[in-house]
Design a binder for this molecule. Structure first.
Ligand SMILES: NC(=O)c1ccc[n+]([C@@H]2O[C@H](COP(=O)([O-])OP(=O)(O)OC[C@H]3O[C@@H](n4cnc5c(N)ncnc54)[C@H](OP(=O)(O)O)[C@@H]3O)[C@@H](O)[C@H]2O)c1
Length: 325
């Protein structure tokens, strides 16, 4: 495994992390025993940057991770999140979310996460979504108190990308170690403004859904067979009318990966890793086989010519369909 520094924290974590969300929610049923084996395998190969949230499976995901790391806490770097007080898939597609960034909510959410994870201190605590009704200074102020109390080591923000000024305001209250937002070959939104601000402030950038919710692996050709609780079933990019166009893009990744002697997911992740030393993608998987495949991306080096070839196909507006309904 290769390691990268997590922004201003100065701590080294695996350059490829493990997104655990799908072990509880969003992408169809998961087998708990298999998920725990996958978590154990990740730690055994030194892939220690685990990503969860209190909202994934309404606490189930944190409990699962808590069980998996109970006898190996020191091997894991645990990132979790608070701030989505409720979320459900809307019948017409997309997610309905209630966000809460009030200081009292931050404190109580942290206590519950610590309990579910069965740990004394969270390594990285993110605000999952910015609450437009609470000044960011108040929310980050409460998060900073958690650091002072020894309940949290480092702070992060997630999807604070609509207004990069928010990142500056948050950083003025307490150093922010990481910012997590969607970023992949088919979601280039953070490039013009957010990533430069992160570089300037020494904030690690953690791309979520780095495999385009599985699409960029080249293994998904339609939503047929996906269950009703599968988020992708209503995601615009997976819908007829868009998916045909997007499948042409994945054909390019598959062809380029074959030429390079790597796999499509490795190519997609290697491209992200090549975007800067402060980038630490967290591909999600429930399976050891896919985890090993993804971890192999750290050994794939793309030349300038290969990067240019990929970017010529995946220009920022190449994808058809919005990223959320
Ligand atoms: N901050 C936020 O708002 C936010 C939002 C979404 C996600 N996240 C975090 O980011 C993490 C990653 O994002 P994500 O899970 O949404 O999407 P992703 O990593 O882009 O893709 C995950 C999907 O790809 C499949 N997959 C993974 N590796 C594969 C491989 N090598 N070959 C074939 N299929 C593969 C997985 O299926 P299998 O399980 O079958 O391998 C899963 O269905 C999440 O787990 C979560 O921790 C954060």
């Amino acid at each position: 495994m290769k390691y990268r520094t997590l922004g201003s924290s100065g701590v080294e974590v695996s350059a490829i992390g493990l997104g655990c969300m799908g072990m509880s929610d969003f992408y169809g049923p998961a087998d708990e025993a298999e998920s725990i084996e996958t978590l154990h395998h990740a730690l055994a190969i030194g892939l220690n940057f685990l990503d969860t949230s209190d909202v994934y499976g309404r606490g189930h995901n944190e409990e699962l991770i808590g069980r998996a790391i109970a006898d190996r806490r020191d091997q894991a770097f645990i990132a979790t999140k608070f701030g989505i007080a409720g979320a459900k898939l809307k019948p017409e597609g997309g997610l309905a979310m209630q966000v809460d960034g009030r200081p009292e909510y931050v404190k109580s959410a942290c206590e519950k996460s610590l309990q579910r994870l069965g740990i004394e201190c969270i390594d990285l605590y993110y605000q999952h979504r910015v609450d437009p009704n609470v000044p960011i200074e108040d929310t980050v102020g409460a998060m900073a108190e958690l650091v002072a109390e020894g309940k949290v080591r480092f702070l992060g923000l997630s999807e604070a990308s609509a207004d990069p000024e928010l990142i500056r305001r948050a950083s003025a209250v307490h150093s922010i170690a990481a910012l997590q937002s969607e970023y992949s070959l088919w979601t280039r939104d953070p490039e013009p403004e957010v990533i430069p601000v992160c570089k300037e402030l020494n904030i690690a950038f953690v791309p979520y859904s780095p495999l385009g919710r599985g699409f960029l692996t080249g293994t998904i050709t339609s939503t047929e067979g996906m269950g009703d609780r599968d988020f992708r079933k209503s995601n615009p990019r997976f819908q007829p009318g868009n998916i045909e166009h997007n499948l042409e893009l994945t054909e390019t990744i598959k062809r380029m990966a074959a030429d390079k002697g790597c796999t499509a997911p490795q190519l997609a992740l290697a491209w992200l890793l090549a975007q800067g030393e402060q980038i630490l993608p967290i591909p999600g998987t429930r399976r050891i086989r896919n985890l090993d495949n993804n971890a192999g991306a750290v050994d794939v080096r793309l030349s300038d010519a290969e990067l240019a070839e990929i970017e010529a196909v995946f220009s920022p507006d190449a994808v058809a369909g919005d990223r959320y309904a």
